[in-house]
Design a protein around this ligand. Structure first.
Ligand code: UDP
Ligand code: MG
Length: 314
């Protein structure tokens, strides 16, 4: 039988660990799917880790990874994939906003030979208008960079062992899981799901962290902002030609003193465009610097392997 690893990144989710274990365990054993559940505690400040330890004690399907501090969901997902022993892995949110029943659907598709099964949001759940609009813009840029429509993409997906190994081999520190799993290709299909309401706890995302997330991931996947700099340069050059001709005409017709306003406006415009451009380029350089340092994506302080995985390895 083929083992399924379900990976659940968890940050301050003490109330959801037992619920997630119970719900997933019930659904998967009903369907006779051999499974392990890998909780990745992303440096939580509450009782998440001791909840995971408790769950592992009473259920031999449970595995756990504990980070030395909060490294973010992207790192947590990667750590989960790295320690999973399954023939296929499903990544989903620990708060059960991704419906566990869909995991079964994904597994069945995998049995039919699909290597990547993307969870696609049928509805995005409750969101404000501003949130929806900025998310829309973000996905437009990312879709363009990856070359695949990502507007309804999520982190909820099943990956075959081959795809998992391909992802783990990527050297980049700034891995954007959602786009990378589309980028690697493989035989892909998708299932639709409705985003559920969170049962316990609160969302870990603030507007600020969402903006940072968007910028980091755009930069890690696309050089479009740099091309924007080139675009601005070309635009300014065209403007320069027009104004240059006008200035020369003024000069030769003998009324060259005028146009002070134009000079001030041009100075202000060029100055700000230059500074923005430097900022964009600087941001890319700082990201290159981060990559070059080659620090690990995460540090693990404690780890529990599931007995299911150990039995299989024996
Ligand atoms: N998460 C994480 N590390 C973080 C933030 C979030 O592992 O730094 C996990 C969190 O525990 C949850 C998932 O990522 O399982 C999605 O987070 P959340 O529910 O806060 O996001 P939302 O559903 O509101 O987009
Ligand atoms: Mg959530």
């Amino acid at each position: 039988m083929k083992l399924l690893s379900v990976i659940l990144p968890a940050y301050n989710e003490e109330k959801m660990i037992e619920k997630a274990r119970d719900t997933l365990g019930r659904i998967l054993s009903e369907q006779d799917i051999p499974y392990e559940i890998v909780f990745v505690d992303d440096g939580s400040k509450d009782q998440t880790w001791s909840e995971i330890e408790k769950a592992a004690e009473k259920d031999n399907h449970v595995a756990g990874v504990h980070f030395s501090r909060n490294f973010g969901k992207e790192s947590a997902m990667m750590a989960g994939l790295a320690s999973a022993g399954g023939d296929c892995c499903v990544v989903m949110d620990c708060d059960l906003q991704h419906p566990p029943e869909t995991v079964v659907e994904m597994y069945r598709l995998w049995e039919q030979g699909y290597e990547v099964v993307e969870g696609v949001k049928h509805s995005r759940g409750k969101e404000s208008l501003a949130h929806r609009a900025s998310a829309g813009m973000f996905y437009k840029i990312i879709s363009k960079a990856v070359g695949i429509d990502m507007s309804r993409a999520s982190d909820f997906k099943l990956l075959d062992r081959k795809a998992v190994d391909a992802l783990l081999e990527m050297p980049e520190r700034n891995a954007f899981f959602r786009a990378l799993s589309a980028w690697i290709g493989y035989k892909t299909t998708s299932v639709e799901f409705d985003v559920r309401e969170r049962e316990e706890g609160v969302s870990k995302w603030s507007t600020k962290s969402l903006i940072r997330y968007a910028i980091t991931n755009i930069v890690s996947f696309s050089s479009a902002p740099m091309q924007l700099v080139t675009g601005a340069g070309v635009f300014m050059f065209l403007l320069a030609v027009v104004l240059g001709i006008q200035t020369l005409v003024h000069y030769f017709t003998g009324n060259a003193v005028e146009g002070f306003t134009t000079v001030i406006l041009l100075l202000l415009l060029i100055g700000s465009i230059l500074m923005i451009s430097l900022g964009i380029i600087g941001y890319y350089i700082s990201k290159i610097y981060e990559e070059v340092k080659g620090r690990p994506r995460y540090l693990i302080s404690r780890k529990i392997d599931s007995q299911v995985k150990e039995q299989r390895n024996r």
